[in-house]
Design a protein around this ligand. Structure first.
Ligand code: PLP
Length: 445
C-alpha cells in the first residue's frame, strides 16, 4: 500500500507488519523472526497462536458475542467472575469487567470514592499514589500516575493528588538496610495522610512491582505489610494495581501474594486475557460491594463492552490454560533462571547498573557510571537505543523509563511469555547481551 491511514505511536516511522506468532516468537510479513521478550506490553503471557484459545473464541462467537450487560449476564461472565474470586486473596470476591488497565484503575478510583459516599463520608475523594508509578492513560488513571513523560502535556487537566516515594532499593540512601528502607518508604504514606487529612483521602494505589515507569522495581519485604497497617489505621482503602503483575506474571497468582497482603480493590488487565482479546477487571471486597448494594445499589462506572460474553469466554480460557499448564509456578522457576542470567550480564557489562525482577517480570537499569549509579540524561535516550537495536536483532523488549530526570535511570522490561523454556531464555539473553554491548560501543563513539 502506498500510504498509511493509521496513526501509529511514532508518526512518520514505518513499522513492519506482523504476520503471525507461535509460542514466544512473532514473525513479520517479510519473514523476520522476533523473540517476544516482553510479551508485547507484558501481555501475551501464555504465548502466541494457542489452539484452545482460538477454539474458545469460535465457540463463544457461534453462541453469542455481544449481549449488553444491562440486559443479560452470561455463563462466560459468571464463570470468569467465579474463577477470579477463587484465585484472589482475602474477600476480593467481586469483579467489574472493563476493557483495559486504564479503565480498571479508573473504575477502582471511582468505586473507592463511591464507597465512602455510601458510608456517609463524602469528603473522602482524593487518592495518594507514588511518584514512580503508572496506572493508565485516561485522565483519572493518569492523575494517579507518576509517569512524567505521559503526564506532562496534560498536567492542567489532572487531579492534584499527593504522592509519596516509591521503594526503589537500587537508589536507597547509602547505609540504610532494606528493612529500614521498607518502613522509611511506607511511613511516608502516614505523613501524607496526616498532611492532607484522612477525611480527604479515599484510597492509596500502588503497583506491587513497579513496571512501566521504573523497570521491574521490587519493594523490600515488609513494605506492603506496613502500607496495609497505615491504610487500616486511617480508613484509607488500599488498591493494588495488578494490571502488569497479576495472573502469574511474578510467580504468584498476584503480586500481593508474595507478601500475604490483602488489598480492598485490585485491578487486572494484560495477562488476564494474554492479548487474545481486550479484557480487564476491577476486583472489590465483599465489604465494599455490600456497602454499595445497601446504599444506591448502582456502580457508577462501565463501558459499552464491559462484561461482554466474547471477551469473558476468551479470558476464562486463558485462566484455565494458565492453571492447566501450571504457568504461575513455572513463572517462578523460569523467572529465577532468567534473573540469574541477567545478573550475570549486569556483572559483565558496565552499562547495566542493575538487573532486578520478580518471577518473569525482570528489568535492566542503564547507568552512565556504575559505581556512583549516575543515570544518563534522558535526552540521550539510552533505553530507546537498546530497544531499537534489540528490534533490529530480532528481540522485543519493553520501555520502562518514566521521565524522572536525574532521580532514576533508563530502564527496560524483560518479561517473556510464562511458557518460555530454559533454552529459549538462553537464546533471549544471548541476543540481549549482543544488543547491550552494541549500544555500549555506540555510546563510547
Ligand atoms: N496499570 C499498570 C500497572 C500498567 O502497567 C498499565 C499499562 O502498562 C496500566 C495500568 C494501563 O493499562 P492499559 O494500557 O491496558 O490501559
Amino acid at each position: 500500500m502506498e500510504r498509511s491511514y493509521v496513526i501509529k505511536p511514532e508518526l512518520g516511522k514505518t513499522y513492519p507488519q506482523v504476520s503471525h506468532g507461535k509460542g514466544i516468537y512473532l514473525y513479520d510479513v517479510a519473514g523476520k523472526r522476533y523473540i517476544d521478550g516482553c510479551s508485547g506490553a507484558v501481555t501475551a503471557s501464555i504465548g502466541h497462536g494457542i489452539e484452545e484459545i482460538a477454539e474458545a473464541m469460535r465457540e463463544q462467537a457461534l453462541k453469542v458475542s455481544f449481549a449488553y450487560r444491562s440486559h443479560f449476564s452470561s455463563e462466560a461472565v459468571e464463570e470468569l467472575g467465579a474463577k477470579l474470586a477463587s484465585w484472589a486473596p482475602g474477600e476480593l470476591n467481586w469483579s467489574f469487567f472493563v476493557n483495559s488497565g486504564s479503565e480498571a484503575t479508573e473504575t477502582a478510583q471511582k468505586i473507592a470514592i463511591q464507597y465512602w459516599q455510601e458510608k456517609g463520608r463524602p469528603t473522602k475523594t482524593r487518592m495518594v499514589s507514588r511518584w514512580m508509578s503508572y496506572h493508565g492513560i485516561t485522565m483519572g488513571a493518569l492523575s494517579m500516575s507518576g509517569h512524567v513523560l505521559r503526564r506532562k502535556r496534560f498536567v492542567p487537566l489532572l487531579a492534584d493528588y499527593p504522592t509519596i516515594s516509591p521503594p526503589y532499593p537500587y537508589r536507597r540512601p547509602d547505609g540504610m538496610s532494606l528493612e529500614q528502607y521498607a518502613s522509611h518508604c511506607a511511613n511516608e504514606l502516614e505523613t501524607a495522610i496526616l498532611r492532607v487529612g484522612p477525611d480527604q483521602l479515599a484510597a492509596f494505589i500502588a503497583e506491587p512491582v513497579i513496571g512501566a515507569s521504573g523497570g521491574a522495581v521490587v519493594p523490600p519485604d515488609g513494605y506492603f505489610q506496613r502500607i496495609r497497617e497505615i491504610c487500616d489505621k486511617y480508613d484509607v482503602l488500599f488498591i493494588a494495581d495488578e494490571v502488569m503483575t497479576g495472573v502469574g506474571r511474578t510467580g504468584e497468582k498476584f503480586g500481593m501474594d508474595h507478601w500475604g497482603v490483602k488489598p480492598d480493590l485490585m485491578t487486572l488487565g494484560k495477562g488476564m486475557s494474554a492479548g487474545y482479546t481486550p479484557m480487564a477487571a476491577t476486583m472489590a471486597t465483599d465489604a465494599i460491594i455490600d456497602t454499595i448494594t445497601r446504599g444506591s445499589g448502582l456502580i457508577m462506572a462501565g463501558h459499552t463492552y464491559s462484561a461482554n460474553p466474547q471477551s469473558a469466554a476468551v479470558s476464562l480460557a486463558v485462566l484455565r490454560y494458565v492453571e492447566a499448564h501450571h504457568l504461575v509456578e513455572r513463572a517462578a522457576v523460569q523467572g529465577a533462571y532468567l534473573l540469574k542470567k541477567l545478573q550475570e550480564l549486569a556483572e559483565e557489562i558496565p552499562l547495566i547498573g542493575e538487573a532486578r525482577g520478580l518471577g518473569l517480570l525482570c528489568g535492566l537499569e542503564f547507568v552512565k557510571e556504575k559505581k556512583t549509579r549516575e543515570p544518563f540524561p534522558l535526552s540521550k535516550g539510552v533505553a530507546n537505543q537498546v530497544i531499537a537495536k534489540a528490534f533490529e536483532n530480532g528481540l522485543l523488549v519493553y520501555p520502562a523509563t518514566g521521565g524522572l530526570e536525574g532521580i532514576a535511570g533508563d530502564s527496560i522490561i524483560i518479561s517473556p511469555p510464562l511458557t518460555i523454556t530454559t533454552e529459549e531464555i538462553d537464546e533471549l539473553v544471548e541476543l540481549l547481551k549482543k544488543t547491550v554491548m552494541q549500544v555500549q560501543e555506540d555510546l563510547r563513539k
